[in-house]
Design a protein around this ligand. Structure first.
Ligand code: SAM
Length: 248
């Protein structure tokens, strides 16, 4: 087990947030700890960063974060968040997407990409991974989170949407762990660590979690790195690196 995988197994800080944000809180803490192992003051690009929640956590940890997102509303929310938390010197936002990344960011200039829940399908993901590999410094990091296909089937079935559940089940173009690992390997990425996100927290009813947010967060942290949960977790986090050399 390497240092990036190991940080998922414990020693998390306790903050007492509500259950709904437990899994995201856990993910932010994991990422901050993993980046700490790489160094301080890293140059991070949060591609598809949305309203800047992850960017703010990383900027608060001392990194410089550029959020790139196609949505003007998301960018405005990111800028508001940066101003409110007095992070505007380390957290900026610009309009763009996976297709225009190379026009915004010079080649070989980024220490870390975060690419969380941006694309749901195999189509487009290989191209996005290639664009990030080009703009990453050799040996830089990619933090990618995907919504997984199979837990989505359960969610739809649980809601009684059996036709939708069957369509999702049979749609091999949707991302899940095997598809993502395949795309990463084909693009020349080396996986450093894998964690489930929402492994436990997403399954716990609000009433059961009430008043127990710290215990739930501890349990989420303990289960996240368990390989048996990786394919059934609602979301999957993979930390990967790229040498900068073109894939075969
Ligand atoms: C579900 S949100 C996730 C936001 C954030 N990454 C997070 O995990 O909280 C997806 C975001 O991806 C953005 N997005 C969609 N297609 C994109 C693309 N091709 N390139 C970059 N961002 C994209 C959307 O505008 C949206 O803000």
């Amino acid at each position: 087990m390497n240092e990036f995988q190991q940080v998922g197994s414990g020693n998390r800080r306790s903050t007492g947030r509500r259950r709904r944000s437990t899994a995201q809180q856990w993910l932010n803490e994991l990422l901050v700890t993993q980046l700490d192992l790489r160094g301080s003051g890293l140059n991070v690009v949060d591609l598809g960063g949305g309203t800047g929640g992850i960017a703010a956590a990383l900027a608060e940890a001392g990194h410089t974060v550029l959020v790139i997102d196609p949505s003007p509303d998301a960018l405005a929310a990111t800028q508001r968040r940066a101003a409110e938390r007095e992070l505007s010197d380390r957290m900026t936002a610009v309009q763009g997407d996976t297709g225009t990344l190379a026009e915004i960011v010079p080649p070989g200039s980024v220490d870390v990409f975060t690419f969380h829940r941006v694309l749901d399908r195999r189509e487009g993901t290989a191209e996005a991974l290639a664009a990030m590999a080009t703009t990453l410094k050799p040996g830089g990091l990619l933090s990618i989170v995907i919504n997984q296909r199979l837990p989505w089937v359960w969610q739809q079935a649980e809601a009684g949407n059996f036709d939708v559940a069957r369509e999702i089940l049979q749609d091999g173009g949707l991302l899940d762990r095997p598809v993502l690992l395949d795309l990463l390997a084909a693009g020349g990425w080396e996986v450093l660590a894998e964690h489930g996100v929402g492994v436990i927290a997403d399954q716990v009813p609000e009433a059961a979690a009430e008043g127990h947010s710290d215990e739930l967060l501890e349990l989420e942290a303990a289960a996240a790195g368990n390989s048996a949960y990786l394919e059934s977790a609602t979301r999957l986090h993979v930390l990967a690196t790229h040498s900068g050399a073109a894939a075969d």
